[in-house]
Ligand binder design. Structure first.
Ligand code: GDP
Length: 439
């Protein structure tokens, strides 16, 4: 996400390396490079200019403390200004109303239907009784797509495939929701490839009729300046409440994320970076700014871990580690949990400093596959007691997992090192416990 922009900003800050203080001259050069980096990332020219003017003004107005270098100071100022540009703080969606109505708007292909499913899953996890409503009457496949998603996340979908009147469907859905105790209804609407009058009329009427607590505009972040223009057109007609930026996992330059808030004066509420139903995040301007600046996003990483890791399982594994009984099955279970957190490269990118370092390295979830295959080719007994693995057993495992005996050996070696480390930690913990017991 935003890799190029991060690299260019980093380069701009390097101008200040070795400089003891901030001067008109060194700041001017750096700020100029920052502006160029932003414009290259498809940030609207005026927005980039205003932003860098503010950055310059702030930088020149500050005394550099001995503890921080001019580069660090400027990074901090840029981080604050990027955060402000993207709205300052995160904003929740409005869940008022019984049922609470959320209307989803946007162009065809922007990711509306996918987002509707993700939002339903997100709200269901908060114990809300959700209903998805298919109001895309022009694309029959959209109804099926929503039904498939609904089944996957176990959320009811209201659809009338024969009905060609979106307004009527929406009204019927509202009635159905009341009768079936649904607390939130998410209405997926029709989109066209480009803004068109009929579509605008229809969604305007839907909005009037449904009086939604929240109207969201979904936009593909890869479309850059077009995303900003479309947002403006939709906002003029619909006066929506928030923006959803999709496809941030793609080759997006970041301009839309940085410009939309300023141009339409509406907050970005969600971001999505992937097709899977769990690829949805609440938008936090400060965290995004830090990611853009390659400062990592430890807060999101920790939250992801908290939401994904199964506490019972973690306790069970801790117990086994304490008893020096950590086996390959436990290792496999840990790998599964890590995979559930999402794409490995994205996860690593959230660790400060790592994002830039791994930018060009190809890391994908497939890199864990040989390890899983090797473990799955072991018998249960072998997983518990890897000491059993002699030459012929190793060969059998290599054959079974489609790997080589070297790969099996390498995994065994790494696993043994891990176990040794766990033992040492246990001993240290034991000694500490013994000492504290003595007091
Ligand atoms: P709609 O026409 O607005 O309802 O768009 P869809 O929900 O059908 O999405 C269009 C395409 O974009 C589908 O192939 C989705 O799987 C894909 N898509 C949606 N959101 C994302 C995302 O965040 N990342 C990626 N890579 N693809 C996405």
């Amino acid at each position: 996400m935003f890799d190029n922009l991060s690299v260019k900003l980093d380069k701009a800050f390097k101008n200040l390396k070795g400089q003891g203080r901030i001067t008109e001259i060194n700041v001017a050069t750096t700020v100029k490079e920052i502006r160029r980096a932003l414009i290259d990332a498809d940030v609207n020219f005026k927005v980039a200019k205003d932003l860098t003017d503010t950055i310059k003004e702030k930088a020149l107005g500050q005394d550099v403390l001995i503890a921080v270098s001019p580069g660090q100071l400027l990074t901090k100022i840029v981080s604050e200004e990027l955060t402000n540009l993207m709205g300052g703080k995160s904003e929740d969606i409005n869940l008022k109303g019984d049922p609470n109505v959320i209307l989803i708007s946007g162009l065809q292909g922007s990711g509306k239907t996918t987002f509707s499913g993700k939002l339903a899953r997100h709200l269901k996890a908060q114990n809300r009784n959700v209903l998805l409503v298919a109001c895309d009457i022009y694309r029959p496949a959209a109804i099926d797509q929503l039904k498939v998603l609904g089944e996957q996340i176990e959320v009811d979908v209201y659809a009338e495939p024969e009905n060609k009147d979106a307004l009527k469907i929406a009204k019927n859905a509202l009635k159905y929701a009341k009768e079936n105790n649904k607390k939130t209804i998410i209405v997926d609407t029709a989109g066209r490839l480009a803004v068109d009058e009929q579509m605008m009329n229809e969604i305007e009427r839907l909005k009037k009729e449904l009086n939604p607590a929240e109207t969201l505009f979904v936009v593909d972040s890869m479309t850059g300046q077009d995303a900003v223009n479309t947002a403006k057109t939709f906002n003029d007609r619909l006066n929506f409440d928030g923006v959803v930026l999709t496809k941030l996992d793609g080759d997006t330059r970041g301009g839309a994320a940085l410009t939309i808030r300023k141009v339409v004066d509406k907050p970005i509420k969600f971001i999505s970076a992937g097709e899977k139903m769990d690829a949805l995040d609440i938008f936090h301007p400060d965290r995004m700014a830090n990611r853009i600046l390659g400062m990592g996003d430890v807060v999101s990483l920790v939250e992801k871990a908290q939401n994904t890791f199964d506490e019972e399982e973690a306790k069970r594994i801790q117990k086994k580690i304490r008893k020096n009984q950590f086996g390959f099955d436990d290792f496999l279970s840990q790998l599964e949990q890590i995979k559930k957190m999402g794409n490995l490269k994205d996860l690593m990118g959230m660790i400060p400093g790592v994002g830039k370092a791994i930018k060009d390295i190809d890391i994908d979830d497939d890199s864990l596959k040989p390890i899983e295959a090797i473990i799955k080719s072991m018998t249960l007994k072998e997983r518990e007691e890897p000491e059993l693995l002699n030459g012929s057993r190793k060969q059998r495992i290599a054959n079974g997992s489609g790997t080589s005996i070297q790969e099996v050996n390498q995994l065994l070696k790494q696993f043994e090192q891990m176990r040794k480390m766990m033992k040492t930690m246990n001993k240290m913990g034991g000694a500490k416990r013994a000492l504290s017991g003595m007091n």
